[in-house]
Write a protein that binds this ligand. Structure first.
Ligand SMILES: Cc1cc2nc3c(=O)[nH]c(=O)nc-3n(C[C@H](O)[C@H](O)[C@H](O)COP(=O)(O)OP(=O)(O)OC[C@H]3O[C@@H](n4cnc5c(N)ncnc54)[C@H](O)[C@@H]3O)c2cc1C
Length: 377
């Protein structure tokens, strides 16, 4: 008999939707709770690494992601004026040799693709909803929702992001995410190149990755003293200042920032925080997934990837273990090393950038982490 028949997924982000889809494929009756009534993330671009494309193929949505996003097979390394220094090919990921080396897409477009797949898989989606009370016993979990309704489930999956409320039920003493000393700037701009591109300034690196036929997103990290809120009206001038040393493509974006033609929602600032929770990631019949247990900075563009891979691993372990306790333990033991690699290597890259550390070490940490992530999950 199957280990679980009814599951509740709290959080309809990338990890939660993928867990709901994979469990539904196994015949589990899944309900998904999403607090945002519009079920829509911010309008930023996201980079999808080769291993993440491989995972999205397993979920069943890679064709739509490639159709509605942008992809590339090489990275242009340019100087601060935008002149090409070299082009580095991105080799396809083992097990996904027919797919491009990397892709990018607007987050709301990716969320729309996955939300369609979630509904098509038969998941019952409750938008604008969260839980009020959760009580578990040996045989199940009773959940009271914020509209007063109730349900009983065999498993509750907390995929409710970096500030997870479900995490408080599993790990009441966990301190929460730590600010990493950097903020992230992202802007959606017209696509200029076939390939992804990095522009190497003296003190700042800017990247530009395609997200569709015609658009790409610029990303830049900025050393910051704290997580302070920055009013949106200050964003264009602050990013323009950060991009001062750039000419060429990045210089053109700087001009549009100064002219006022690039504002939210096409421009976004977010301070960066991260954490990795020691395994196991469950207590009884409540288990955590994605940023709730392994939130990372975007240096390896793999945070969403490990949330999606975690969903696949969790569903696989639930499908073939003999007890729920064994399945949930095996899930975190199997996924911890990969998640920890992403969080720690990304954190190290951020430290080197903030301290003006060795470029050689930066390249070596990045290359060896990306190589390790090409291994099967
Ligand atoms: C600036 C930045 C850039 C990034 N760039 C990349 C990139 O290029 N590539 C990449 O792979 N990763 C990237 N990441 C990481 C990636 O965004 C995350 O790792 C990923 O979104 C995690 O997915 P998740 O499903 O765990 O959480 P989330 O995407 O945060 O989803 C959580 C969901 O839960 C919902 N929720 C929250 N609380 C409740 C509640 N109480 N009840 C019900 N629902 C609730 C939220 O509304 C949300 O929909 C980036 C991260 C940052 C900060």
């Amino acid at each position: 008999m199957a280990l679980i028949q009814r599951a509740l997924v709290v959080g309809g982000g990338l990890g939660g939707m993928c867990a709901a889809i994979q469990l539904s494929k196994q015949g589990v009756d899944v309900e998904l709770l999403e607090i945002n009534p519009n079920w829509a993330p911010d309008g930023a671009g996201i980079t999808i690494s080769g291993p993440t494309l491989r995972a999205l193929r397993q979920i069943g949505v890679v064709d739509e992601v490639l159709r509605d996003g942008g992809s590339w097979r090489a990275m242009d390394i340019c100087d601060a004026n935008g002149d090409l220094t070299c082009t580095v090919p991105i080799t396809a990921t083992p097990g996904a040799e027919d797919l491009p080396g990397a892709a990018g897409i607007l987050r709301p477009v990716l969320a729309e693709i996955l939300s369609r797949a979630t509904r098509q898989a038969g998941v019952r989606v409750r938008l604008g909803q969260t839980f009020q009370e959760v009580r578990q016993d040996e045989d199940g979990v009773d959940v009271t929702f914020n509209d007063g309704s109730r349900g009983r489930f065999d498993l509750v999956i907390g995929a409710d992001g970096v500030n997870s409320a479900v995490r408080k039920l599993v790990l009441p003493n966990f301190a929460g995410p730590q600010f990493t000393g950097q903020g992230s700037w992202r802007a959606v701009v017209p696509r200029q190149r076939e390939n992804g591109a990095m522009f190497m300034g003296r003190t700042t690196k800017a990247g530009m990755n395609p997200i569709s036929e015609n658009e790409c997103y610029l990303f830049v990290l900025d050393k910051r003293a704290d997580m302070d809120f920055i009013p949106e009206e200050q964003w264009p001038a602050m990013l323009a200042e950060l991009l001062e040393e750039f000419g060429g493509d990045v210089g053109d974006i700087r001009k549009s920032l100064l002219e006022g033609s690039l504002r939210n929602p096409r421009l976004l600032y977010r301070p960066l925080a991260g954490h990795i929770v020691d395994a196991p990631w469950h207590k009884g019949r409540i288990v955590l997934l994605g940023d709730a247990v392994h939130a990372t900075t975007p240096h390896l563009a793999s945070g969403a990837g490990i949330a999606i891979e975690g969903a696949i691993v969790l569903a696989e372990e639930l499908s073939h273990r003999h007890s729920l306790e064994a399945a949930l333990t095996a899930y975190s033991m199997r996924h911890f090393e990969r998640a920890s690699l992403v969080v720690h290597a990304s954190g190290r890259l951020g430290q080197i950038e903030q301290n003006g550390g060795s470029q050689q070490e930066h390249a070596q940490v990045m290359v060896s982490a990306l190589e390790a992530l090409r291994a099967p999950i």
